[in-house]
Write a protein that binds this ligand. Sequence first.
Ligand SMILES: Nc1nc2c(ncn2[C@@H]2O[C@H](COP(=O)(O)OP(=O)(O)OP(=O)(O)O)[C@@H](O)[C@H]2O)c(=O)[nH]1
Ligand SMILES: [Mg+2]
Length: 365
Amino acid sequence: MGWRCGIIGLPNAGKSTIFNALTAAQAEVAAYPFCTISPNTGVVPVPDPRLQRLGELLKPERLTPTTIEFVDVAGLIAGASRGEGLGNRFLADIRDTDLLVHVVRCFDSPTCPHPLGSLDPVRDVEVVETELFLADLEVLGRQLAKLEKKAKSGDKDAVRACATLAKAEAALSRGQWLKDLPWSAAEWEDLAPVALLTVKPYLLVANLSEAEFRGGAAYGALQELARTRGVPLVPILGDLEAELMELPEAERREFLDSLGLKEPGIIRLIRESYRLLNLVTFYTIVGPEVRAWTVPAGTKAPQAAGRVHSDMERGFIKAEVMRYEDLVRLGSPARVREAGLLTVEGRDHVVEDGEILHFRFQRSG
Ligand SMILES: Nc1nc2c(ncn2[C@@H]2O[C@H](COP(=O)(O)OP(=O)(O)OP(=O)(O)O)[C@@H](O)[C@H]2O)c(=O)[nH]1
Ligand SMILES: [Mg+2]
């Protein structure tokens, strides 16, 4: 199972350009696996300084990072939620993603016209978000109609679910993202079967020309919007970064330095996406391989073992746990053990970010 980030936005915003830069970013983290599942889906390694450090320390034959997927979705236009343009296709494509990455155009181009005739990122954000809201209202309406019939016949669960869905409808009508509401666990369960979009974590990408990057008014307005709304905003120089990824490391460095950047925007985008997905990274050291794994926050040890191998979950006995910090400070797993800092945890252990886990399990069969 992977985590999927859907790249959405108006046509000609630069979604495919950024997708291409992302999938070429394997050069940035060389020797890591990368594969394209379909023309529009790319698996991208997550840059991980801790894994690099473990590599330097333990010198394994293989260092395997964790990955996330990016999906380059068809462009969306006003009316998409009612099937305009590639509307239905667009909605189907993003329903099964875990995060929405909204690419907003912040560049002028004589050769590539803006679909709405002018450069105005704040308006563009509004147009796209309106479609997300309308799409959610539509599925909620349909689901409510079904549930109301059940509720009338006295189904208690349906009565409660109706109340939750009506609350969601009211919030959307006020312009609130469903992800920002303090839902109870029971309410989340009511919402889970409904294919909603505004429950997903969300971030904005400013796709910038160099001129806008150096203080353009359009970018400024988008920054202000992101700040007031508290939405993460990642600046990317789409065209340039796509080309940059094909250059040798030294030239790339020089170019980034000339822009005053520490790293390419797409690398920040991968890190920021990973952060918003609310995932936890743990590590395993097995034979010649040190490997990073991803589980949702709150996952317990047996289910984490199941990520590595289903037999390990079935036959789970216990997990030996080291902290990344202890290993780096003391220099080897043996010293961590000698220092008494290796703990043995059972089935109820909740895996924390940065743990190095060794699973003990009963082999089946
Ligand atoms: N000047 C400039 N042009 C860009 C930039 N990013 C993308 N473009 C150009 O804009 C055009 C559209 O880019 P795409 O990446 O295909 O846009 P898209 O959002 O995938 O468009 P659809 O697939 O039609 O929805 C291409 O000609 C790109 O070269 C940029 O940062 N600066
Ligand atoms: Mg495209």
